[in-house]
Ligand binder design. Structure first.
Ligand code: SAM
Length: 488
């Protein structure tokens, strides 16, 4: 019941204009911030629909249940995960379950719609472009991409070959899927595909990880046998990706401050088949760079806590609150996050043998991205930025165009930022070395986690059309590859 009470408290405070949803959620100190944020935002989104259902069913008549708690409970019962609490309020809501469900059904009939989203006022509905594909990373510690493709084909999925670009990732329907155009061992499905109950997911053969979040490990690309630090590691998606790139050989030191997240991480890494890692519940800022244990560390991945403003599900939809107050709170939060991120980054550069440090955030704010990079370069002139993936469509804001940005509109991913620092050889000038994408054929990769609902679309004529044009594209690609081989 703690989750529901906290969510209701936050909705009360938002109505009293005591802060922005995001700030109130972070300040609540609730253990699962993401879950709380999602519940508050979704209840807010459905607020007018829920209010109508509560009114129609006279749910509050003769009870002391406060309106926002009722809204949160009704939200989870009708639109969310189903009530997961105990206690008297649950019993009361469950007593009215059939009436609540019937009231929702009547609303849909009246408005001639079949899905819940269509009940929302137009200005609240998700814009089409915000629906992201489902990205699935093949965990090469346990399997390989061909086997996963074969397995899925046997289950009726339809493999369309390698995507030629982002345009091929957006129109996937039903059981059609492709290999990603930029990253190896990444498969892309339609938005609606879910794999949480799938054998391959439950056994750690596939990991559900947004494409942008696969970039840091892919770009750092530590060789097998190397010593690597994942500085802020939990829940470990990037750790498992690093281990896969290292073929489980070498040493992967992973730190996190949060014991609970670390324990979840430990379970997930076990499932993903990692053996080269060493987890520590430790503040990365207090890890001594000169400790002999880290003397061979040449690669560091730093993905520190950030505002999460790039996460599509974490976008703050609350616009009616005291704007000025919310903005002031947000600015001060960004300032302290940015100071923390800079400290972590500078700390990472103190490891005596470190050659490359990749820095990433799932934030869209320049304070946490380019500004941190600029300050870090200024404080550490012996490091320079590496120009990443020249063909990537979204760059860091000028002048830091060596870095990458990602977004739902330009890269069909969550909002994300990646920078890579490289130690300059003594006295040498920065060479404009570029990181090129590795050939997207078949290469090693690995893991992640996530959640969604299973909804399978029937194979539509449109999908058939897509299948045949994908085949044509594949034929053309094969022809040009053959030509290229001949010229070589
Ligand atoms: C963005 S999350 C990391 C996600 C992770 N890299 C992944 O891909 O699964 C940031 C993590 O940093 C941890 N953290 C925050 N401050 C830290 C510190 N001073 N030292 C180590 N970990 C810290 C948080 O507990 C959180 O788990």
């Amino acid at each position: 019941m703690a989750l529901y009470n906290k969510a209701a408290d936050i909705l009360d405070k938002v109505e009293q204009k005591r802060g922005a949803v995001k700030t109130l959620v972070y300040d609540s100190k609730f253990q699962n911030i993401k879950q709380l944020f999602a519940l508050v935002c979704e209840t807010q989104k459905y607020s007018s629909v829920i209010q109508e259902i509560i009114d129609n069913t006279k749910l509050l008549k003769g009870t002391k249940l406060r309106i926002n708690l009722a809204k949160v409970l009704v939200y989870d019962l009708l639109f969310g995960q189903g009530l997961k609490c105990g206690g008297s309020w649950k019993a009361m809501i469950m007593k009215h379950r059939s009436r609540l469900q019937a009231s929702l059904a009547r609303m849909k009939v009246k408005q001639k719609v079949s899905c819940n989203e269509d009940l929302l006022p137009a200005n609240v509905r998700k814009p089409e472009g915000i629906l992201l594909p489902r990205y699935v990373r093949v965990n090469t510690l346990k399997t390989n991409v061909e086997d996963v493709i074969d397995y899925l084909k046997r289950e009726g999925f339809s493999y369309q070959g390698h995507a030629n670009g982002i345009q091929d990732l957006s129109g996937l329907r039903g059981k059609a899927f492709v290999s990603d155009s930029d990253l190896p061992n990444l498969l892309v499905f339609s938005t609606k595909k879910t794999f949480h109950d799938h054998y391959l997911y439950k056994n750690g053969h596939i990991i559900l990880q947004d494409k942008a979040s696969c970039l840091p490990a892919f770009l750092l690309n530590p060789p097998a046998g190397s010593h690597v630090i994942d500085a802020c590691a939990a829940p470990g998606n990037k750790t498992s990706h690093l281990a896969a790139l290292m073929s489980n050989k070498g040493k992967l030191f992973a730190f996190d401050l949060d014991a609970k997240r670390l324990s979840t991480m430990s379970t997930l890494l076990l499932r993903a088949g990692l053996t080269c890692h060493q987890l520590a519940n430790q503040d990365f800022l207090k890890v001594d760079p000169h400790n002999a244990e880290y003397k061979e560390v040449k690669h560091i991945l730093l993905d520190p806590s950030c505002s999460g403003s790039g996460m599509v599900c974490l976008r703050d939809g609350s616009s009616e609150l005291a704007e000025e107050q919310a903005q002031a709170q947000e600015a001060s939060r960004l300032q302290s996050l940015s100071a923390f991120q800079l400290r972590c980054l500078t700390h990472a550069l103190q490891f005596p043998q470190v050659q490359r440090v990749v820095y990433s955030t799932c934030s869209i704010h320049t304070e946490e991205n380019e500004q941190v990079v600029a300050a870090c370069l200024q404080q550490n002139p012996n490091f320079r930025l590496v120009h990443l993936l020249p063909d990537w469509p979204e760059r860091g804001l000028s002048p830091h165009t060596e870095c990458l940005r990602a977004s739902p509109t330009k890269t069909l991913t969550h909002g994300f930022f990646v920078a890579m620092f490289e130690r300059q050889a003594n006295g040498s000038q920065a060479v404009n070395q570029q990181i090129l994408p590795s050939p997207v054929v078949v290469s090693p990769d690995d893991d992640a986690l996530e959640a969604e609902d299973i909804q399978e679309d029937p194979c539509s004529p449109e999908e058939e059309k897509q299948n045949s044009s994908a085949k044509k594209r594949k034929r053309n690609r094969n022809r040009s590859r053959k030509k290229q081989r001949k010229t070589e």
